[in-house]
Ligand binder design. Structure first.
Ligand code: C2E
Ligand code: MG
Ligand code: MG
Ligand code: MG
Length: 292
């Protein structure tokens, strides 16, 4: 209420901050338990090649199955994990689980499918991302180029020297790099080269305005052309309607990820999606044309 707000303003340094610190500590403690007791898990959302309507790969998205609160969204607990440093062991878990999933696909003969994992800026300067990734790849025996690391512009900007140095090392292993939420950060274009990005993921906020907003359509079309001439793969995030897909399909070879095709599903829901859409063959895949 207004009264409470006024009270907080007045006593600005006493109960409020300590309450927030307590709050954070409680969640930190619970996240530690979550890691130890395997309450964290991944959902998988497919990326669909729009011209062929087959699956090229998936993005892994973290969830927390909390014993009291039920399933907690990534946007709720990833920020806590980042501010407490717990994103490092959580990120390790995500990368290891993703590589195991890639190994399952490899075993089943789906060796063209790729899997993308989200990486926080914190993972570049706390913990050893290179060590985690290289070990996960080695232990599971998966081909490095099938693992893609999704990084946002904001994350790249935080410590550009450090991040580009680490990305270069990771790329030498063969892993691919996607620029996530493209268009929402700053100075986008220079980052494409600097971080030797393979894939550009156009942010959902653009897609929402398609096809109604003419200037957004012009921008998306320009982004796709630019990306293509740079040899990058393009994934459009958050496609929810047939109208969006119809408009995007005329842009040529791009991929779409969104609720219209599928929401993120648990691992046991993957076979049904592969059955429904089919798997794009490796040779024709857009990724095959990308720089490597
Ligand atoms: P993101 O990497 O941009 O992931 C895409 C988000 O858009 C996911 O939300 C996905 O469920 C959602 N989405 C996909 N299609 C649609 C659609 O058609 N409509 C709408 N409205 N949303 C759609 P999610 O899973 O809640 O994740 C949110 C963010 O949390 C992710 O955004 C990513 O930045 C972060 N995140 C998720 N998992 C991880 C993780 O394992 N590690 C790190 N560091 N961050 C993660
Ligand atoms: Mg992502
Ligand atoms: Mg995104
Ligand atoms: Mg996002």
């Amino acid at each position: 209420s207004a009264k409470d707000a006024g009270k907080n303003c007045y006593q600005f340094y006493s109960p409020h901050l300590s309450h927030r610190a307590d709050h954070l500590m409680r969640w930190e403690q619970q996240l530690r338990v979550a890691l130890a007791e395997e309450q964290l898990f991944l959902l998988y959302q497919p990326m669909i090649d729009l011209s062929r309507r087959c699956i090229t790969g998936f993005e892994a998205l973290a969830r927390w199955n909390h014993p009291q609160h039920g399933i907690i969204a990534a946007n709720e607990f990833i920020p806590i994990a980042e501010s407490t440093g717990l994103i490092v062991p959580i990120g390790d878990f995500v990368i290891r689980t993703a590589c195991r999933q890639l190994a399952v696909w490899q075993n089943d003969g789906y060796d063209s499918l790729s899997l993308s994992v989200n990486i926080s800026a914190v993972q570049f300067w706390r913990g050893d991302l290179y060590e985690t990734v290289s070990r996960a790849i080695e232990e599971t025996g998966v081909a490095a180029h099938r693992l893609e690391l999704e990084i946002t512009e904001t994350a790249m900007m935080e410590y550009p020297e450090l991040v580009s140095e680490k990305i270069i090392a990771l790329k030498r292993l063969g892993v691919r790099v996607a620029l996530d939420d493209f268009g929402t950060g700053y100075s986008s274009l220079s980052y494409l080269n600097r971080f030797s990005v393979d894939t550009l993921k156009v942010d959902r906020s653009f897609v929402q305005a398609i096809p109604g907003d003419r200037s957004v359509c012009v921008m998306v079309s320009a982004i796709v052309n630019l990306a293509r001439s740079l040899g990058l793969k393009v994934v459009v995030e958050g496609t929810e309607t047939e109208e969006q897909i119809a408009w995007l399909s005329q842009l040529g070879r791009i991929e779409a990820q969104g609720f219209l095709f599928s929401r993120p599903v648990p691992a046991d829901g993957i076979p049904a999606l592969l059955e429904r859409f089919g798997v794009c063959s490796a040779r024709e895949a857009q990724s095959a044309q990308a720089r490597g």
